[in-house]
Design a protein. Structure first.
Length: 123
């Protein structure tokens, strides 16, 4: 098991790692739409946060020796499922391999985020 950390994605905002590798898989903690350089949410709402999330996921996967095409499972959290169709369109552009997925609406996310995505990928 190894801890993965990169300054190309936001630092963890709590007592957890950006990702962990184990047994040929990389497990990413949930990513918010935080800009790594500022630690603040991307401006512009759910879609801009989602774009930032996908860049952050790519950076953490790269640090772990993986890539978006290796993602096998995602869990997506939205504070408003009214944003689902637009989020889904961005998601489909990023995750071209069509990994298994769960997507749910939640009442709140850390730091006031409107979307969070966690992934599991092969290395």
């Amino acid at each position: 098991m190894a801890v993965i950390a990169t300054d190309k994605a936001p630092a963890a905002i709590g007592p957890y790692s950006q990702a962990i590798t184990a047994n040929g898989f990389v497990y990413l903690s949930g990513q918010l739409g935080l800009v790594p350089e500022t630690g603040k949410l991307a401006e512009g709402g759910t879609l801009e946060q989602a774009k930032r999330i996908f860049r952050n996921i790519a950076a953490v996967l790269d640090a772990a020796g993986s890539k978006p095409e290796n993602v096998v499972k995602t869990t997506c959290f939205l504070t408003d499922l009214g944003d689902f169709a637009a989020f889904n369109a961005l998601y489909a552009e990023f995750f071209t391999g069509k990994p298994a997925r769960s997507c749910v609406e939640v009442s709140k996310l850390p730091l006031g985020g409107s979307v969070e995505v966690e992934v599991i990928a092969t290395i």
